[in-house]
Design a binder for this molecule. Structure first.
Ligand code: SF4
Length: 168
């Protein structure tokens, strides 16, 4: 993602109706959905994503997006998007809401317990410092920067099974 630049309000010609992107911050980024890696321009106002379109200067996609990439803003702006943790206890048939603090603490406890119980320092004579008992699976809604941070965090824990279906 390239640093965003603000578009001055009123830069559209007086002959045009106001655009929903007038005054928005324009940021060059890459579609996260698949390995084609089409170029996108994201328009934001504060924390709100207003619009996404193809980047005409991108060498691969030259401004085009498939229907999935063109609908990217629906990932963010979607009333059906879950905004709280839902937990299903072992043996239970229903999900129950939990706080983020509860979820972070529980994830940390379980990762630490699993890592402590499975950590290998050696494989034969070779130093490995790894755990093969935890895996990390990324999803297409993660962007390049999030994937970079995720891999750094997982490698720090000694996790070797790291996957992502989008191959960017
Ligand atoms: S999902 Fe579509 S727009 Fe996104 S990178 Fe792939 S082909 Fe390009």
């Amino acid at each position: 993602m390239v640093t965003g630049t603000a578009i001055a309000p009123g830069t559209a010609s007086a002959a045009h109706s106001p655009l929903k992107t007038d005054g928005a911050t324009k940021t060059i980024t890459v579609c996260p959905f698949c390995g084609v890696g089409c170029g996108q321009i994201a328009y934001t106002e504060g924390n709100k994503l207003l619009h996404v379109e193809g980047d005409p200067d991108h060498p691969i996609s030259e401004g085009t997006l498939c229907s999935k990439g063109a609908a990217l803003s629906q990932v963010t702006n979607n009333p059906r998007r879950l905004r709280q943790v839902m937990y299903r206890a072992p043996g239970s048939s229903k999900f129950e809401p939990r706080s983020w603090e509860w979820a972070f603490a529980r994830i940390a406890e379980r990762v630490k317990a699993t890592r402590d119980a499975s950590f290998q320092t050696k494989s034969g004579e070779q130093t490995v410092n790894r755990t093969e008992a935890i895996a990390c699976l990324g999803g297409a809604a993660l962007d390049n920067e999030e994937c970079y941070l995720l891999v750094k965090a997982m490698r720090t824990l000694g996790i070797t099974y790291i996957e992502h279906q989008a191959r960017i």
